[in-house]
Design a binder for this molecule. Structure first.
Ligand code: UD1
Ligand code: UDP
Length: 382
């Protein structure tokens, strides 16, 4: 029987990390011909993931520009993808999450009348401007997709509320599959300045912050809170792998640069990043992926946003919505640094986001959709 030609289209670091285990799963199965197309909305950060997971993409649009805008990413991706789809003629297109690449890829596939599978479907914050533009991107992709791979039951319920009931599968998040790959691969040594840290005596706070809605005043508040925390606690070291966006780089250097016990470092490869999380005392982040990874490693997370589309970790007690005001962030972080009972209550490994088998369920669901499997996969049930 001819294999089903599945084209996975992605372009940023988090999409690559979360698609990687699924690509490996599709490659393992003779029923699929799996090909990837990179928009390369990100460049170095994307290439780092591709090489870590030993992935090769036959198509690469290489669209990234310094300081790119939403319209240029969308226009360049859409034009390039139209040509790739016309040439490659896949039977099915996979997209991931909520980036501008995700929306452009789903739209290009729709224009070519190719069915789309949406990995990490159904996350909703309820506010189209936060996260911006991600909330709108994922809502629009839900209108296009034929199959919706919702990580959690809550995500599937969000889709139901919008009238989307067909082709919805609760799969768990593929990031947990990715961690099964990355965590055992850590050599025990960090490659950057981090090898200078005495992990036994330091309490390490890991910070990441890059969201567009946090640019400007919120980011300044967040960085100021981080700076004060380090000043107040002599046993605390702050590690911040800074996103290469020039806006983020400038703000980070201005407030946190040149200070004792604050490491502003280049982005880490994902094996090193997960090892850093595993050795951290506390995680401060506005990242989506880190909100899912830190709970799996038993690390408390303060979410540096006003809302989150990932309420599961908050309900499980391992994450807390800290907002973007300095005083509030400080107050919550201080408690975790000074009150062992409060810390222990949050620092329990919990895994509301997956069981490491999301990729298997997604591959099975695609086979079922194409009539190559009698039954759909059973849902993930934490
Ligand atoms: C994008 C996604 C966001 C996701 C984030 C993950 C959109 C609109 N945003 O935001 O949802 O959370 O990726 O990191 O799709 N840059 C580099 N090298 C890289 C990557 C980025 O230099 O490898 C710099 C470039 O100057 C680029 C800028 O960062 O123009 C911004 O990149 P962009 O993809 O537009 O936005 P992100 O904030 O990364
Ligand atoms: N990450 C990484 N190196 C870093 C910072 C983050 O590998 O220096 C990983 C992180 O572990 C997670 C993903 O990148 O898997 C999250 O990406 P990001 O925060 O850029 O995007 P988001 O998840 O917010 O869309």
């Amino acid at each position: 029987m001819t294999p089903i030609k599945v084209m996975s289209i992605f372009g940023t670091r988090p999409e690559a990390i979360k698609m990687a285990p699924l690509l490996l799963e599709l490659d393992r199965r003779p029923e699929f011909e799996s090909v990837s197309c990179l928009t390369a909305q990100h460049r170095e950060m994307l290439d780092s993931v591709m090489s870590l997971f030993d992935l090769v993409a036959p198509y690469d649009l290489d669209i990234m520009e310094p300081g790119q805008t939403l319209t240029t990413i969308t226009a360049k991706a859409l034009t390039g993808l139209g040509k790739v789809l016309a040439e490659a003629k896949p039977d099915f297109v996979l997209v991931h999450g909520d980036t501008t690449t995700t929306l452009a890829a789903a739209l290009a596939a729709f224009y070519a009348k190719i069915p789309v599978g949406h990995v990490e479907a159904g996350l909703r914050s309820g506010d189209i401007y936060s996260p911006y533009p991600e909330e709108m991107n994922r809502r629009l992709v839900s209108q296009i997709a034929a199959l919706h791979f919702a990580p959690t039951a809550g995500n599937a319920a969000n889709l139901r509320r919008e009238g989307i009931t067909d082709g919805v599968f609760i799969t768990g998040n593929t990031v947990i599959d990715a961690m099964k790959y990355t965590v055992p691969r850590f050599s025990g040594a960090f490659e950057s300045d981090l090898d200078r840290i005495d992990w036994k005596t330091r309490r390490v706070i890991t910070l990441t912050c890059h969201r567009r809605e946090n640019f400007g005043a919120p980011m300044a508040e967040i960085f100021t809170a981080a700076k004060i925390l380090v000043e107040r606690h002599s046993d605390v070291t702050l590690i911040y792998p800074v996103h290469p966006n020039p806006i983020v780089q400038t703000a980070a250097r201005e407030i946190l640069g040149g200070r004792e016990r604050i490491f502003l470092i280049d982005p880490l490869d994902t094996v090193q990043m997960h090892a850093l999380l595993a050795r951290s005392y506390l995680v401060l982040t506005d990242s989506g992926g880190l909100q899912e990874e830190a709970p799996a490693l038993g690390k408390p997370v303060l979410v540096l946003r006003k809302e989150t589309e990932r309420p599961e970790a908050i309900q499980a007690g391992t994450a807390c919505l800290a907002g973007v005001e300095c005083d509030n962030i400080l107050c919550l972080a201080e408690r975790l640094l000074t009150d062992p009972t409060a810390y222990e209550a949050m620092a329990k490994a919990r895994n509301p986001y997956g069981d490491g088998h999301a990729s298997t369920r997604i591959a099975d669901a695609i086979l079922w959709y194409f009539g190559r499997k009698a039954d759909p996969p059973a849902n993930f049930n934490p």
